[in-house]
Design a protein around this ligand. Structure first.
Ligand SMILES: Nc1nc2c(ncn2[C@@H]2O[C@H](COP(=O)(O)OP(=O)(O)OP(=O)(O)O)[C@@H](O)[C@H]2O)c(=O)[nH]1
Ligand SMILES: [Mg+2]
Length: 391
């Protein structure tokens, strides 16, 4: 026997649903009126829940499930083309509701301790919920002008529907972030027989070499690709050793570039045996003009590189903006945000997405190689901004 639950507005409705799907042999175990608790007491109306048991050998649920569509308010309507509807509503209420569920714990706690004074003249927004979200976004490093862009449309004193406000805010944040999400990366689609050189730039200690190790391990282990390494970081002995250690573990070749004239030759050497060449560079201060000139010269030696600027999400917005602007003068790149696990101000990523508009390819979430790297997802960052953990 199997158990299935149905939710609706009335008893008749849920009984009818169960009957239609499970047939007359199904046994009704309970019918309860459920009053949502916590933040759901605000965003969801009470509803009726029927629990039924049925014989899975007699009832084929898969084929019968078409025909019912449960919308956000628990209304059940007959619908013969459920699949079409779901496809069409890819980014829809149901999906949003699932995400908002994940924010429940945080919002509930936060609303309880809501210390915003209704009459405070310091409040920027008229609506208390909007003011609360504003302060939360600010505390996570979102720039006040970006907050304003997101929140001004929901700042209406009468609108106390938290569900609606959160949904609008979440959707706006995701929109800004996904606008800069990279959808096609050479690193993931390189054609057989056309080795691609992938260059990693960035200031000191942001995680370039570790990110190279993560990405290359995944290509080698999951996609059976061959990856060769080059480093131009000869300033620190440990840097070459670090890359060599990873290369040894992965069974990859390493070449070291001591002078600019070596670059082409070393790349060509690695091209013979590899699908990708990952080019590690020394961490350089973007404020040093000579450093920037050297990087520019280096890039000029590489045919059609795919470039990643690695930035640490623990840095502040203005600094990251300056770094991006310094590198933008001579190269086109995608961004990789590292150390998401270490930052309390993930809002910096939203600021960069809003102002700098560079595409973001990956985020890294810890020191483990190769697991702690993920494709950039606007939804995940938006959830963190609204109080959830990054997971
Ligand atoms: N917590 C955390 N640490 C990271 C992450 N990525 C890299 N690191 C750590 O950051 C430190 C510096 O990493 P590297 O990969 O050597 O940085 P780099 O940019 O190559 O440094 P330079 O070559 O000296 O400029 C190491 O201790 C890494 O383990 C991350 O996503 N989270
Ligand atoms: Mg390094």
């Amino acid at each position: 026997m199997k158990i299935k639950k149905y939710q609706g507005e009335t008893e008749e409705q849920v009984i009818e649903m169960a009957k239609q799907e499970l047939g007359n042999d199904a046994i009704v175990l309970s019918i309860k009126r459920i009053t949502p608790t916590g933040i759901f007491s605000i965003i969801k109306k009470p509803y009726i829940e029927l629990t039924a048991s049925y014989d899975e050998n007699k009832v084929n649920i898969e084929s019968k499930q078409k025909g019912f569509f449960i919308d956000l308010k628990g209304k059940i309507s007959s619908n013969s083309s459920l699949e079409d509807k779901l496809k069409e509503k890819d980014n829809t209420i149901e999906k949003l509701e699932k995400r908002i569920v994940e924010l429940e714990g945080y919002l509930e706690k936060a609303m309880k301790s809501l210390s915003i004074d209704k009459n405070s003249t310091n409040n920027k927004y008229k609506n208390q919920v909007v003011q609360f979200i504003y302060e939360m976004l600010l505390s996570k490093g979102v720039h006040s002008s970006v907050c304003n862009y997101i929140l001004e449309v929901v700042d209406n004193e009468e609108n106390q529907n938290i569900d609606l406000i959160v949904k609008i805010v979440y959707t706006k944040i995701v929109e800004i972030l996904n606008n800069v999400a990279c959808d096609s990366l050479e690193i993931e689609n390189n054609k057989v027989g056309e080795p691609k050189t992938i260059v990693f730039l960035g200031t000191t200690g942001v995680g370039k070499t570790t990110t190279i190790a993560k990405l290359s391990s995944q290509l080698i282990m999951n996609k059976n690709k061959k990856v060769g390494f080059i480093t131009s970081d000869t300033y620190r002995i440990a840097a070459v050793e670090q890359l060599k250690t990873y290369a040894e573990i992965l069974g990859s070749q390493v070449e070291i570039v001591y002078k600019i004239d070596d670059v082409k030759e070393k790349i060509n050497k690695l091209k013979i045996m590899n699908d990708y060449i990952f080019f590690d560079t020394a961490g350089r201060s973007h404020k040093n003009q000579k450093n920037m000139e050297e990087i520019k010269e280096l890039l000029n030696e590489i045919d059609n590189p795919e470039i990643y600027l690695v930035v640490s999400s623990t840095g502040n917005f203005e600094d990251i903006e300056n770094i991006i602007s310094a590198y933008s003068k001579f190269s086109n790149f995608n961004l990789i945000f590292t150390k998401i696990d270490e930052t309390d101000t993930i809002g910096t990523i939203l600021n960069i997405a809003y102002y700098a508009k560079n595409k973001i390819a990956y985020v890294t979430v810890g020191q483990n190689v190769p697991s702690d790297i993920e494709k950039f997802s606007g939804e995940k960052i938006a959830k963190v901004l609204l109080g959830s953990m990054y997971k």
